[in-house]
Design a binder for this molecule. Sequence first.
Ligand SMILES: *[C@@H]1O[C@H](CO)[C@@H](O)[C@H](O)[C@H]1NC(C)=O
Ligand SMILES: *[C@@H]1O[C@H](CO)[C@@H](O)[C@H](O)[C@H]1NC(C)=O
Ligand SMILES: *[C@@H]1O[C@H](CO)[C@@H](O)[C@H](O)[C@H]1NC(C)=O
Ligand SMILES: *[C@@H]1O[C@H](CO)[C@@H](O)[C@H](O)[C@H]1NC(C)=O
Ligand SMILES: *[C@@H]1O[C@H](CO)[C@@H](O)[C@H](O)[C@H]1NC(C)=O
Ligand SMILES: *[C@@H]1O[C@H](CO)[C@@H](O)[C@H](O)[C@H]1NC(C)=O
Ligand SMILES: *[C@@H]1O[C@H](CO)[C@@H](O)[C@H](O)[C@H]1NC(C)=O
Length: 477
Amino acid sequence: MIASYSRLLTAICALASSAAAVTPLKVQGKDFVNTKTGARFQILGVDYQPGGSSGFSKTQDPLSDGDICLRDAALMQRLGINTIRVYNLEPTLDHNMCVSIFNAAGIYLILDVNSPLTNGYLDRTAPWTTYTNAYYNQVFGVIEAFKSFDNVLGFFAGNEVINEEATRLAPAYVRAVIRDMKDYIAKQSDRAIPVGYSAADIRDILMDTAHYFECELANSTSSRADFFGLNSYSWCGDATYTSSGYDVLTEDFSNATIPVFFSEYGCNDVKPRVFTEVQALYGVEMTQAFSGGLVYEWTQEANEYGLVQANDNGTITTLIDYDNLQKQFNKLDMSRISSSNSSQTSVTPETCSASLINNSTFYNAWNLPDAPSKVSDYIKNGLPNKPTGSLVSVTATTLSEKVYDYTGKELTDIEFKVLANDESNTPSSSNSSSSSSTSSSSSSTATHSNAASSLNGAPAMALGGLSGFFMLLASLL
Ligand SMILES: *[C@@H]1O[C@H](CO)[C@@H](O)[C@H](O)[C@H]1NC(C)=O
Ligand SMILES: *[C@@H]1O[C@H](CO)[C@@H](O)[C@H](O)[C@H]1NC(C)=O
Ligand SMILES: *[C@@H]1O[C@H](CO)[C@@H](O)[C@H](O)[C@H]1NC(C)=O
Ligand SMILES: *[C@@H]1O[C@H](CO)[C@@H](O)[C@H](O)[C@H]1NC(C)=O
Ligand SMILES: *[C@@H]1O[C@H](CO)[C@@H](O)[C@H](O)[C@H]1NC(C)=O
Ligand SMILES: *[C@@H]1O[C@H](CO)[C@@H](O)[C@H](O)[C@H]1NC(C)=O
Ligand SMILES: *[C@@H]1O[C@H](CO)[C@@H](O)[C@H](O)[C@H]1NC(C)=O
């Protein structure tokens, strides 16, 4: 009796948790690692900011509209995407449906905590003016809104803050933000969600930036970044490993002690993009230094980096770049890409020291600023009036929009698939890991309805993508 009752209970729990698809990831040495299987996780990602600047406001952000997320998640599943990065989020909005959709699709999230609005970001030219209690409503608000979702891979404390216009002290402020975020997560989150930084590819200061964040500081261990993103556009057209300078990046990051990945890639100087860099990025040499990357970017905006085009009539078109990227993903050997390697996971950090910094213009001290006055109280007691988030069941699995390919042909085989527990999405031609024996089959097949929705596909200036400068500009307008 008891045994069969508990079996029944197990079955009910398996059904109830059918949306709990992905397993949380953690940082181990220089790899992202699956916390259950120990498998290595490499990012097959895309940067996600539909609508560009007009896609973000106090009332709308990229994870606030479930219909759009469902459409995009289905097309990303087909492409082979396992991670998206979202640049601008409003903590008070309801993100439950979108996050649950991406979770059910086997797609992880890397979330920037900053926004272009007032009190939403550090001013790189005078960070002390914006490193305030009010700023932490945004930063800790994003952590609170997303901390309970297993598919949150990590948070970016900053994007391209350190560049030619930045004040010399900017690195210390960003490292202080990492410290405050990690202290908050340690106290207020059930899981040690990793925190990192996304750098511009400014070769003069790139390695100094990486060393500044990844070194260990005895008197502030939490200020060490957990991962490092690089926005890199050096491979254009059908370049090569050497002509693109990827060989130099690989050598430069070969001794990294945290995961490093391309937080943006996909130069569009040559169109259409052929994405031959994918074979290099996930090849044998580079995967010792890099954990994959995120293609810039999902939707077509004015700067023409899109993989898909949201049309004015509510339909969506997969562009030729989408097909080209899919072909490259489908060639990948996922079993090699996800195999663990103990020499990767056992690296130890270097100690912070001025000798790590080469360029005399780069700040070479780690006397980090004290946190704003209320931050220690927030860390201890949680942010007042904090937003919350939790998984909801994903019921609508049918797309309400028609999908066309780049030739104009309607695609009728698009379906949103709820993955079994512990699975993440993989390119379709590669073996999806055999589903774990404990989970009930939770796949559901989508059918198609032709109702058009009123998507606004108007191209707009991208936010936070190519340059944080745009974020600054947007906040002034
Ligand atoms: C140091 O960095 C600055 C830009 O921040 C650059 O102009 C300069 O050439 C660099 N110097 C060296 C020696 O790399
Ligand atoms: C990486 O470490 C090895 C061994 O310590 C050293 O020989 C090499 O110069 C280092 N490479 C870089 C780019 O720092
Ligand atoms: C494991 O990682 C080390 C260091 O990154 C590398 O030299 C070695 O080739 C890797 N082994 C395999 C089997 O990939
Ligand atoms: C919607 O717009 C796209 C792009 O302009 C076009 O290819 C498609 O035929 C249109 N579909 C409908 C149903 O109007
Ligand atoms: C500093 O520059 C020298 C000469 O270019 C190079 O050999 C060394 O590896 C660099 N050190 C770091 C920490 O980047
Ligand atoms: C922590 O150590 C760094 C590097 O040694 C030093 O610059 C900084 O002043 C120290 N901070 C405190 C609060 O002691
Ligand atoms: C899928 O798995 C089978 C059996 O393990 C293997 O023979 C085949 O090569 C794999 N295919 C891909 C694309 O990895």
